[in-house]
Design a protein around this ligand. Structure first.
Ligand code: AMP
Length: 506
């Protein structure tokens, strides 16, 4: 399903329908189509032969989406960056991307390079008369977007998703958890920032089916007094979020089917959906379907699906993440590289038409994580997920955690080494080891153990000061809850820091 063709269709046939809704602001399909065409013409005129990506920095403004579409209509991928990232990290990414142009829809001190402000962007859209010819558009193996995730080197890495990846993903995701008959024109809830690939599930599934995307910004999400009325007003039929966000909403008793009477489907991805959360949701939303899906950014959002029924939630713990979508093959590779039999655990390998082309300008990393596999006599991209799991005899995948130090905290993907490397950038800190605090199979918080030349007199104050300093280097969700100064760190027999022992101390 070609997203840009779909958008043309809805622009021409349902132009006055709201494509994006944010608070009292509405952006119709006509406006989305026209504005992105004009901005694409401007990008092409300004950047010419420079086909480097377009950075779009901001949060939940409807114009973010105008900029994304303008980039791809001009033949360039876009790279979305959210305000939750500190300026230094944004500048690092901008250095790596070297964009042909950057739209800064929110204020920032970061060096985005060739920056156009929101005010200027609005002026360009209002003044530009030209539009852009369809032959400029990204297509097939061209990169559509680059999403940066935490990297174990201490620097984020950019996952390149092609237009063809997105097409194949949408072939499956449109209608996911809903009957094909009523798939058109639904309201989708957008919770995740656009710099996380979970947002692709709501953004493009919604636009590809002529729906309305209801944006929830960070401020609203943090305040129940604003969140509950916003959810009620959304009229959302399709809910897309991490299970953590639904858990947070359930802290408010009002969060139930009465509040969101039109809600039909919960689409979950990105982290473990516990039996308890699923059952609680079924009690609160008796008319809604709960879908569990699984996948990393590297395979375009999600590659499995399973509806979670009450029977399943009462019988099987932990819950399965489902069967592979069409066009995807799941395999479990054991430590010796051999293929696991049903029920045997190993690393989850994803092969198929939504597997990314690799990491942006990171050939070494790409070669390590991706490889080519033959499927039906044709070469097909495959990705080593680093996830541990097994398949049952029906092809249902069960997720069993990681084989490395990556964690999910409140739905955010974090490489532990990314935090550790950034902590050691702080003055006087020579070593840092971060351990996750796990409860009921989920990471609840992180603790950092650090060594350095200064011995703090007040441990609480030390932790507070270190956390404050880290805000300049890491997004808030990556900053450990506690930072504990140690005179020495426990070692195992191999001479490496014994993370297990520290886990006990956290
Ligand atoms: P991200 O690239 O941010 O989407 O994170 C991908 C990682 O999240 C996967 O490699 C898994 O470790 C984890 N993940 C994704 N979906 C699920 C799920 N349904 N259950 C448990 N873990 C998941």
């Amino acid at each position: 399903m070609k997203i840009l063709n779909q958008l043309d269709f809805y622009t021409q046939n349902h132009g006055q329908k709201a494509a994006i809704r944010f608070g009292e602001q509405n952006l119709t399909y006509q406006q989305l189509g026209d504005y992105s065409d004009r901005l694409a013409a401007y990008i092409q005129k300004t950047c010419g032969e420079n086909k480097a990506p377009v950075i779009v920095y901001g949060h939940k403004a409807p114009f973010m989406i105008v900029c994304f579409l303008a980039a791809v209509k001009s033949g360039r991928p876009y790279c979305p960056l959210d305000i939750s990232m500190p300026d230094s990290r944004v500048s690092t990414i901008a250095d790596m991307v070297n964009p042909c142009i950057s739209f800064a829809l929110e204020e920032t001190e970061a060096d985005l390079k060739r920056t156009v402000s929101l005010k200027e962007t609005l002026k360009i859209v209002a003044k530009t008369k030209e539009t852009i010819a369809p032959q400029y558009r990204v297509s097939g193996e061209d990169t559509f977007y680059i999403i940066f995730t935490s990297g174990s080197t201490g620097q984020p890495k950019g996952v390149e998703i092609t237009e063809s990846n997105l097409d194949h993903y949408l072939d499956w995701s449109v209608g996911l958890g809903t009957s094909r008959k009523r798939k058109q024109g639904q309201v989708f809830l957008n919770q995740a920032p656009f710099s996380f690939d979970l947002s692709v599930m709501d953004l493009y599934t919604c636009l590809a089916s002529g729906g309305t995307l209801y944006l929830l910004d960070k401020k609203t999400q943090m305040d129940f007094k604003a969140l509950i009325p916003a959810l009620s007003k959304s009229g959302a039929r399709v809910w897309v979020s991490t299970p953590s966000f639904a858990d947070m909403c359930m802290a408010d008793r009002e969060f139930n089917q009465e509040l969101m009477s039109e809600l039909e489907v919960f689409l979950f991805c990105g982290e473990t959906l516990t039996n308890a959360t699923a059952i609680k949701l079924m009690d609160r939303f008796p008319r809604a379907i709960i879908m569990n899906t699984y996948g990393p950014t590297e395979s375009t959002v999600a590659v499995t699906e399973i509806p979670i029924t009450r029977e399943l939630a009462n019988m099987i713990q932990p819950l399965p993440v489902g069967k592979a979508k069409p066009g995807t093959v799941l395999e479990i590779h054991k430590k010796d590289g051999s293929l696991a039999k049903p029920g045997e655990s190993g690393e989850i390998i994803i092969t198929g038409d939504t597997v990314s082309a690799g990491y942006f300008r990171q050939q070494g990393m790409t070669r390590k994580a991706f490889f080519t596999s033959m499927r039906d006599g044709k070469p097909c991209r495959a990705y080593r997920t680093g996830d541990k799991g097994y398949l049952d005899k029906h092809g249902n995948l069960f997720y069993q955690g990681r084989i490395d130090l990556q964690v999910k905290l409140n739905g955010y993907r974090i490489e532990i080494e990314d935090i550790e490397k950034n902590i050691t950038k702080l003055d006087d800190i020579s070593h840092a080891v971060v351990v996750p605090n796990v409860k009921d199979g989920k990471v609840k918080s992180l603790t950092a153990f650090v060594m350095g030349s200064i011995r703090p007199e007040n441990r609480l104050q030390f932790s507070r000061e270190m956390k404050e300093k880290l805000k300049a280097l890491l997004p808030v969700y990556m900053i450990p809850k506690k930072i504990i100064h140690m005179d020495s760190l426990p070692m195992n027999n191999n001479g490496k820091v014994d993370r297990k022992q520290l886990g006990g101390l956290a």
